[in-house]
Design a binder for this molecule. Structure first.
Ligand code: HEC
Length: 101
């Protein structure tokens, strides 16, 4: 039991040290294209849509927010992202726009 607790603590600390460490950013970029993620963002903000990630009032404030928001977005188009796809997409978005540590 003690060991399990320790392991859980270690894992959560570790997750915060490097968010999306299991994600492959390159693959994330490919998934972003595949799912045409910016399709709605484009309609909302114009340009190529990626201004949604840099707008002053952006809603994603943490690594956890990012996962939750992607779930909402993919749900809206009836896509079920796998856990790995979420990690990959988040790694890519984090590398390009969010820079959460
Ligand atoms: C059905 C339309 C739609 C699709 C498709 C969509 N999004 Fe979104 N997305 C939105 C809307 C609308 C918002 C803004 C929500 C708000 O303002 O609160 C948003 C916001 C976001 C944000 C937060 C930006 C911020 O404010 O920091 C992220 C991250 C995001 N989307 C990721 C994705 C990813 C990844 C995909 C592809 C898997 C995707 N979205 C596909 C509609 C969509």
């Amino acid at each position: 039991m003690k060991k399990t607790l320790f392991l859980l603590m270690f894992l959560s600390l570790n997750a915060h040290a490097t968010p999306f460490a299991d994600g492959d950013a390159k693959r994330g970029g490919e998934l972003f294209e595949k799912y045409d993620c910016n399709s709605c963002h484009r309609n909302k903000l114009g340009g190529d849509g990626s201004a949604i990630f840099t707008r002053a009032d952006r809603t994603v404030r943490s690594a956890d927010d990012l996962i939750v928001q992607m779930q909402r977005c993919s749900g809206a188009i009836g896509k079920q992202l796998t856990a790995q796809e979420k990690q990959d997409l988040a790694a890519w978005l984090n590398q390009r726009y969010y820079h959460f540590k």
